[in-house]
Design a protein around this ligand. Structure first.
Ligand SMILES: Nc1ncnc2c1ncn2[C@@H]1O[C@H](COP(=O)(O)OP(=O)(O)OP(=O)(O)O)[C@@H](O)[C@H]1O
Ligand SMILES: [Mg+2]
Length: 338
């Protein structure tokens, strides 16, 4: 049995994907889950959130040299760009219940290999290698999950529809869509829905082409389980009306573009869209740099980190909000996993 993979995806940049993965990884582990976080964005912001510079430098400057294991996602898939096979990950243990497969700026170099093998998986001979390459992220994440006996995998990806993200999504069971309250974010949904549909179908076509796979292939389910409204994307000098105007279009745009629901009847606000709106994430303002500095989630900030007075209250509110969101996500994942 594979471990469920949850990916936070929107091709619009800066909508809080990485921040959500980071905070939910901590929160889910606080709730008793065994969590593996995986950084599949070549910008590696998630990794920089978890690890300090000294550790990053060590990981990125040099491959561990072992033929069978890698310390970053790129070190794991790199042999596939030559003649080798996937290396299994050496996990970064953040806590006993939370580990990370570190990202790597060099991962961008894997994009071309993935693009080349995409059509090859539809060919009539030698299918092993194209499938090995296209499912490399899945193989690495599932192997990592097995090592730590993880109950859930959270993946962070960059804001684009490139071949790296296509492979990340092939490895994905459930998708959460973070949305900022602006035109770009909603416009992004119009591309996201059709792209996920196409990737699902294209992957199925490839799987069907390999009648007797030599190793387990991911289902490529990519089931969207809801959206998260991000308040932080809102520019402070913009009138409130504009914020409401965009936010209130989310239920319709999400239903139409991600669910193919063209009934014409949609909840007027995300608050009334309980089925699909998972949460509204507040703008945490000065708690954000404080948490980054302490290399902690906002809801773990203490007076020693500078969270005093209203900051302490906001950190405690954040704990409540993330707990509610994490529980909602878990419920949906469990429901979908049946
Ligand atoms: N709730 C929040 N309150 C305040 N600032 C936030 C919040 N969430 C994220 N941010 C800030 O907004 C910026 C973008 O967030 P983040 O990096 O999580 O977005 P992203 O969608 O992963 O971006 P990219 O598409 O570039 O990967 C970051 O500087 C982050 O610290
Ligand atoms: Mg990011």
């Amino acid at each position: 049995m594979s471990v469920p993979v949850l990916t936070f995806f929107n091709n619009k940049g800066g909508v809080g994907k990485t921040s959500l993965v980071y905070h939910l990884a901590w929160m889910l582990s606080d709730l008793g889950q065994r969590v593996l976080a995986c950084d599949l964005d070549p910008q590696a912001n998630l990794t920089a959130g978890f690890l300090d510079e000294a550790r990053l430098q060590k990981l990125w400057e040099r491959d561990n040299g072992l033929p069978e294991s890698g310390q970053t996602i790129m070190q794991c898939v790199q042999p596939l760009t030559e003649v080798g096979d996937v290396r299994l990950p050496i996990l970064e243990r953040i806590t006993p219940e939370l580990s990370l497969i570190p990202g790597d700026l060099a991962l961008a170099g894997f994009e071309d290999t993935l693009s080349t093998e995409w059509p090859a998986a539809l060919g009539s001979s030698s299918l092993y290698r194209p499938f090995r390459i296209l499912t490399a992220f899945s193989i690495v994440m599932q192997a990592g999950a097995k090592q730590m006996d993880a109950s859930i995998i959270l993946a962070d990806v960059g804001p684009n529809f490139g071949a790296i993200n296509r492979s990340a999504l092939i490895a994905t069971d459930h998708v959460v869509v973070p949305l900022g309250a602006d035109l770009f974010s909603l416009q992004g949904l119009r591309n996201l829905g059709p792209t996920l549909n196409r990737w699902r179908l294209d992957w199925k076509q490839r799987k069907d082409n390999w009648a007797q796979p030599a190793f387990p292939l991911p289902s490529g389910r990519m089931q969207t389980i809801g959206y998260v409204v991000q308040q932080h994307g809102v520019r402070l000098n913009r009138p409130v009306k504009a914020y409401d105007q965009w936010v209130n279009r989310m239920p319709e745009e999400y239903a139409r573009n991600l669910l193919g629901d063209h009934t014409g009847s949609y909840p007027p606000t995300p608050e009334q869209d309980a089925e699909h709106a998972l949460a509204t994430v507040k703008h945490y303002r000065s708690l954000v740099p404080m948490a980054q500095e302490a290399r902690k989630p906002i809801f773990r900030l203490t007076t020693a980190d500078g969270a005093i007075g209203s900051h302490a209250a906001a950190a405690s509110d954040a704990r409540h909000d993330f707990e509610v969101l994490a529980k909602k996500i878990l419920e949906r994942v469990k429901f979908c996993e049946g």
